[in-house]
Design a protein around this ligand. Structure first.
Ligand SMILES: [Zn+2]
Ligand SMILES: [Zn+2]
Length: 651
């Protein structure tokens, strides 16, 4: 019999008869591997890429072969795709008249689409989930079949599977069509799949959502059943826990509960109203930032919210940014534009006088409020809004200064993270597609120099980063910094973005050492992104329980009864005199109810005062997390709180 050569990942070669399957080879290597194997990856001996195939697919040529198990993230998609088939098999078993749409793997799980008159209820989902477990336990093989196209169409026509017929008509290019069966369920599918249903145990059906067939409005509406799915129950439990945590921390829920901010339909979508407590936190954030800007050599500027439309033509925004701009406003026959960005305003300030190389770098910073048109469907609490205030700055410098400027920006970004209690991050460097310089503004040497400055700075600062080839905007390379929050979610925060376009469009200049005029380099940079977005991230990171230095109320004073109101007032006033944010709860409510309210408001300290405390000049301290801390002299509490606020620790 004809032999083929199988090259294994460790470089060993096996000579086996043609038609041997990856499953056979796994069995030869070890029974453990055969048991753990989910899918195989084959590649031509001289080709790196490779493709995933079923373990039972006969091998016909010399190949490089890799057996994938649940240690391989690549196999997870196949695993989840097989879980989608299991879902469809279970649904068909319980509701034989449904029409099938598509069922791909997705992030964290899978979905499958069904056409059915009645909506799937939560009880239906429970039944379906139970049926999936039942079928999984039966260890039903996922088998691949090749069927001639007419026969395949016939098969689906007979069972009334109209969507599948449509897909075969559109997608089947070869005379035969690839199918996978799981028991009675048969699906037009390219695969591959895991060998059988047995391993699919860690899943949960999450929800049902309407979706137009092929995502096109006007097409029939199908019901998509979504499921979460992992290799192990532990991973699934962790995922479900993360979801619960995310729900608990959702700033859209905490915002109104803690009286931080609101959004009003009467005012318009995506427009934020900062309430007194949110406003106070904003003040603290902005004060810190402004002080830091001045310390770091920035100049603070303010620019108007509307400017002539012509300015936005010069900048090019009316071309490449039109989609995100509100329509123009006509005043005295001239069109004005609500600003979507602060850059042109800062450029006008730069251009207001002739700059010499000795004036550079010029660093103009503004907490600049901008308005961008976002479709209402994509708005999301504080994170995606139509009006927001960027902590924006533009740096104009000479080529010799760029490395130092980039380093200073990155250093500033890290100071922001540290100050607000974040210590994990990811950094991406987006560069151009060098094969297509014609798609970009600026000269190739500008790109090379700026990209090198960004990359070298990160390397010198020992900051690991991911290089994103071809991901840069047309006008320059950039660094993006994402912080990782308390539950491991990444949030886009800082951007340091070069711009070779605007200096040219506005004819920016400086007089160099040689006496000649040169074009300065321009960098846009935002550290928080926007104060709205940053506030949303802070709320979710701390789940609304802000550290004492940020908390809008740091101590709630609670008299045991009316009799101790005078002493309670004295405590409150003393704290205020020391610069703390104290609040007296003198409502005519029982003490436990008032403690519960302060607890729900996530106020760091509750100070209970009654006869003992009034006599001794103490406060009974209760912390929102640590609970009762016992009595303490008022002066001592003041001193401890001062230390806690200064250290900015999160307790
Ligand atoms: Zn499939
Ligand atoms: Zn800008």
């Amino acid at each position: 019999m004809e032999q083929i050569r199988i090259i294994l990942p460790d470089g060993k070669v096996q000579e086996v008869p043609k038609g041997t399957t990856p499953a056979d080879i796994a069995g030869k290597i070890s029974p453990r591997l055969a048991e753990a194997a989910l899918v195989a990856k084959v590649a031509e001996p001289n080709d790196g890429e490779g493709a995933l195939v079923d373990l039972r697919r006969p091998l016909e040529f010399d190949v490089k072969l890799q057996i994938l198990t649940d240690k391989d993230p690549e196999a997870l998609e196949v695993f989840r795709h097989s879980a989608a088939h299991l879902l469809a098999a279970a649904v068909l078993d319980l509701f034989p008249n449904v029409k099938l749409g598509i069922g791909p793997p997705i992030e964290n799980g899978f979905f499958y689409e069904f056409l059915r008159d009645a909506p799937f209820t939560p009880e239906d989902l429970e039944k379906i989930e139970a049926k999936m477990h039942e079928l999984a336990a039966q260890n039903i093989p996922n088998e691949r079949k090749l069927i001639p196209k007419p026969e395949a169409l016939d098969l689906y026509k007979k069972t009334g599977q109209i969507f599948k017929c449509e897909l075969i008509e559109e997608k089947a290019v070869e005379p035969t069509v690839s199918f996978y069966t799981t028991g009675k369920f048969i699906d037009f599918c390219r695969g591959p799949h895991i060998p059988s249903t047995r391993r699919i145990t860690a899943f949960k059906l999450m929800n049902v959502a309407g979706a137009y067939w092929k995502g096109q409005e006007g097409n029939p509406q199908l019901q998509r059943i979504y499921g979460a799915c992992f290799y192990t129950q532990k991973e699934l439990d962790e995922y479900l826990h993360r979801l619960e945590e995310a729900k608990r921390r959702d700033h859209r829920k905490l915002g109104p509960e803690l009286e931080l901010f609101s959004v009003h339909d009467e005012a318009g979508p995506g427009l934020i109203f900062w309430h007194p407590k949110g406003g106070l936190i904003r003040k603290i954030v902005e004060d810190w930032l402004r002080d830091e800007l001045l310390k770091r050599g920035y100049d603070l500027v303010f620019t108007p919210h509307i400017m002539r439309l012509d300015l936005w033509k010069t900048s090019g925004h009316t071309n490449f940014y039109r989609e995100n701009m509100f329509g123009p406003i006509e005043v005295e026959k001239a069109d004005y534009q609500l600003k979507p960005m602060n850059c042109p305003g800062h450029i006008l300030i730069y251009k207001s006088k002739l700059r010499s190389y000795r004036d550079l770098p010029v660093r103009l910073a503004e907490l600049g409020t901008v308005y961008r048109y976002e479709r209402s469907g994509v708005l999301h609490g504080l994170l995606r809004v139509s009006g927001f205030t960027q902590d924006d700055a533009h740096i104009f410098c000479t080529p010799a200064q760029i490395e130092a400027e980039v380093e200073a920006c990155v250093d500033f970004a890290f100071a922001v993270m540290k100050n607000f209690g974040f210590d994990k991050y990811e950094v991406e460097l987006s560069v151009w597609d060098a094969a297509h310089p014609e798609n970009y503004a600026g000269k190739p040497e500008d790109w090379q120099r700026a990209t090198a400055a960004l990359a070298d700075t990160l390397t010198r600062m020992k900051i690991p980063f991911k290089r994103m080839e071809g991901e840069a905007a047309f006008y320059g390379p950039k660094i993006d910094l994402k912080l990782i929050d308390a539950i491991g979610r990444p949030w886009q925060l800082t951007t340091v973005q070069f711009d070779f376009n605007l200096p040219a469009r506005f004819g920016l200049e400086y007089v160099g050492e040689d006496g000649a005029r040169h074009q300065p380099l321009m960098v846009h940079r935002a550290l928080l992104g926007s104060v709205e977005r940053f506030f949303g991230i802070l709320i979710e990171h701390y789940a609304g329980a802000f550290p004492a230095w940020l908390a809008p109320v740091q101590a709630e004073v609670l008299p045991v009864s009316e009799k101790f109101l005078d002493y309670a007032k004295h405590v409150t006033e003393t704290l205020k005199r020391h610069g703390f944010r104290a609040h007296l709860d003198d409502r005519n409510e029982k003490l436990p109810a008032r403690i519960r309210d302060a607890q729900l408001q996530k106020i760091p300290y509750m100070l209970v005062v009654g006869s003992k405390e009034a006599e001794a000049g103490t406060v009974a301290v209760r912390h929102r997390v640590k609970g009762d801390l016992g009595p303490r002299p008022l002066a001592e509490f003041v001193e401890d709180l001062r230390k806690e606020v200064e250290s900015r620790v999160a307790v």
